[in-house]
Design a protein around this ligand. Sequence first.
Ligand code: ADP
Length: 162
Amino acid sequence: MNRHIAIYPGSFDPFTNGHLDIVRRGLEIFDTIIIAVARNSEKNSLFSIAERIDMISRLIEHDPRLKVETFDGLLVDYAVSKGARVILRGLRAVTDFEFEFQMAQMNHTVCEQVETLFMMTAPECAYLSSSIVKEVGRLNGDISQFVPPLVRDELLKKFGHN
Ligand code: ADP
């Protein structure tokens, strides 16, 4: 099993600068990071899985160490199938902790060889979430400091603000 691949799973609806920060810092530690868009996050999402994958692909195309995929089923099974020993997650506030703790414990119980590694948010991204960005975007607020320009454009299009 390759020790240098990490899976970064999430909804990424849409991908924000907070996600980008975790990925950038993750690349200081891992050779390859697979950004894995959870298929079960399709319900109630603003962007379809295909749209999210397309945006993330465009954001990472310059970096061969990054890949984007979607996955179904158990995350640990997916990680093992990719030869990854690490699941990378970000932590923003104490409120993230309980859920993440439970998931990490469960995943480790189901599959001992896969570890969840947490990175603390950058202070400037601590308040940033996909939901808050969608909320501000919906109301035509300025979201340019929260998401990469191409995500901003796609959000504006979705909300008919362009
Ligand atoms: P999920 O629905 O799995 O929580 P998200 O797309 O909301 O998916 O988040 C994916 C991962 O990125 C999670 O580990 C989350 O904690 C982390 N994350 C999201 N926003 C930030 C941020 N601003 N700073 C650090 N980590 C973040």
